[in-house]
Each structure stands twice: as C-alpha cells, then as structure tokens.
Design a protein around this ligand. Structure first.
Ligand code: F6P
Length: 333
C-alpha cells in the first residue's frame, strides 16, 4: 500500500495502477482544485499519480512527473493550472497521436484524466479510440459543454465580469456615457447573459439570439431622455466586437459610448467557493468511477449531482442557451 507521500509499505510486488492527469486548451479557474482532488483521492486509494505538463503536448514530449500529496498543496485557491496548458495542432495528426499513445503505454499508464473544453474532449476521444481509459472534466470558462449545468471556472468568471461591470458603471455614470463591454464566449453567450442579469445591464448581445442595434440605440436614447446617467451593454465575443458595437450605437443614438474588452482578465483570479467545491466533487468522483470499473466518460454536474456521459453523448448534445434565463433578463430590463 502506498501512503500519501508515495512511499510503498508492506510486502509483495503489486502493480500499482497509474493515473496521469493533464490540462488542455484555455485555462480556467478551478483546474488546480480539480487536479488536487483527483491526485489526493487517487493517492489515498493506492494509485500512482502522474502529472503531464502542457496538455497533449506533454503526452507527445513524454513530459510526465510522478506526483505526491505535497505537489498539490497550496493550489486549491489558485487560478490557472500548475500543470500548464497548451493547444496542440500536432496531436491532431496520426503521427502525434501515435507518439502520445506509445508514451502512455511505455509508462504503463492505466488511466488518463483530461481537464479541458470541447477541443480537449476531442483529444480525449482519440485516446479512448486507442484503447486508453480516459476521463474528461469540463474545464472552460465558456460554459459551453453539453450535459453539464456548469463548466469549471464559469462561476468565477461570472464574478470577475460582474465586478468589472460595477467598476465601469461608476465612471460611466460620472460622465453620462454608454459602456459597451465585450465578454468572452466564442460560441456561447452564457457569460454575457448571466453577468448581464447579475449586473442589471440594459442590453445583452449573444450569438444565440439575433439583435437589432437600431432598436437598442433607440431604447438607450429614451433612457437618457428619462434622466438615466449611464447605460451598460454587454456583448459576447461571438456576437460581435465591443469596438464595432460602440461605434454603431454612437452613430445611431448620438450618445457618448466607450468600448471595453475584458479579455483574459476573465480567466484569472482565485476560484470561487462554488468552483472549488464543484471541482473537488468531480475529481473525487473520477476515482470512485475507476473503482466501479467505469471509464471513457466525461463528468459534469446536473441538478447538483455529479453525473457522467460518454464523449459520444456529449458531442451529440447541443449546447443551447438557457431560454428561461434569457426571458428573465428580458422581463427585468
Ligand atoms: O474557450 C475559452 C476561451 O477563453 C474563449 O472564451 C476565448 O474565445 C478563447 O478561450 C481565447 O483563447 P486564447 O487564450 O487562446 O486567446
């Protein structure tokens, strides 16, 4: 039996099952706490744990290191990923995939845990096709993975964006301006939608819902005519650029507008309590699933339960905007 420091006790030479873990794609707050949960639970159940540096690149470069409990100390509350992350074009080629799989087999790795977004899940699916028992954890701030109510980092990002909007509101109101704020989300407007609701903005532009800038400009103008001191418009990057939208709204309304692109600020910061608990539960569940003989699945949370689905089910699922949530905004604006 191995203790938390990785020392083997007792007699006999038993094959310790090996689990490798990597983070891939855009980082998100809570990846570290997910790694910690997988590693600590794995060690306590007698598995050998390996970190892989820089995602799928690390698999191809044979960049593995053995982890003991201390390796994941002091990371629960840190944003980013201490394993580092990358997007790899080479892993999309058969040659890159072959090298990665050979490295895993050479090291006798029994399971791989991939933390990342949809691109990373495609990589996980490749490993499964090569016979590697793989798990996925939804690591992306975008909240755009089907069959989970949340992705890792989404809640933290929502808080970061809500704080940023609060700061912008102060100065916009002093100068009687319209603030057009661009939030991340290439294909999914969830960050813009939920930060828009939490901040009581005047308009939300998201890729899932068509919008009419002329109508929005008229409403903003009417608001100022009624005596409003400022207005806030939030646009998801997949729905347009803040610069363009601000320019057009100014031309249409005559109001003084300013554009702010929040950019990568949204991906940083200490994970929220929600993200820490969510990731701790999912990381712990991965090890339970291994013990139940289940693999080849991606985990998530549905109705506050940690659930799992095959990657095929995830890819077949369409990530849709929460329409009820959109109507909440429309009725409150
Ligand atoms: O997918 C997560 C995400 O943060 C998107 O919202 C954004 O469009 C993209 O990553 C930015 O990627 P990069 O960090 O490579 O510029």
């Amino acid at each position: 039996m191995m203790d938390k420091e990785g020392k083997v006790h007792g007699k006999g030479c038993v094959h310790m099952k090996k689990i490798a873990i990597l983070t891939s794609g855009g980082d998100s707050q809570g990846m570290n706490s997910a790694i910690r949960a997988v590693v600590r639970t794995g060690l306590s159940r007698g598995y050998e744990m390996y970190g892989v540096k820089r995602g799928f690149k690390g698999l191809m470069n044979d960049d593995f290191f053995k982890m003991v409990s201390k390796d994941v100390s002091d990371i629960l509350y840190r944003g980013g990923t201490f394993l580092q992350s990358a997007r790899s074009e080479r892993f999309k080629t058969p040659e890159g995939q072959k090298i990665a799989v050979e490295n895993l087999q050479k090291r006798g790795i029994d399971y791989v845990v991939v933390i990342g977004g949809d691109g990373s899940y495609k990589g996980a699916q490749v490993l499964i096709k090569h016979g590697i028992k793989t798990f996925g954890l939804p690591g992306t701030i975008d909240n755009d993975i089907p069959l989970t109510d949340y992705t890792i980092g989404f809640d933290t990002t929502l808080n970061v964006v809500t704080d940023a909007i609060g700061n912008l509101r102060d100065t916009m109101s002093s100068h009687e301006r319209v603030s057009v704020i661009e939030a991340m989300g290439r294909h999914c407007g969830d960050i813009a939608l939920q930060a828009g609701i939490s901040s009581g903005v005047d308009a939300i532009l998201i890729p899932e819902v068509p919008y009419d800038l002329e109508a929005i400009a008229a409403e903003l103008k009417a608001g100022f005519d009624r005596g409003k001191s400022h207005s806030i418009v939030i646009v998801a990057e997949g729905a347009g650029s803040a610069e363009e939208v601000a320019k057009e709204l100014k031309a249409l309304s005559g109001l003084d507008t300013r554009a702010t692109i929040l950019g990568h600020i949204q991906r940083g910061g200490t994970p929220s309590a929600f993200d820490r608990v969510f990731t701790s539960r999912m990381g712990h569940r991965v090890i339970e699933l291994i013990e139940e003989g289940i693999s080849g699945v991606a985990l998530g949370m549905e109705k506050n339960e940690i659930t799992y689905h095959t990657f095929d089910e995830i890819f077949a699922g369409k990530n849709k905007i929460n329409e009820k949530m959109y109507h909440v905004f429309m009725d409150l604006v």
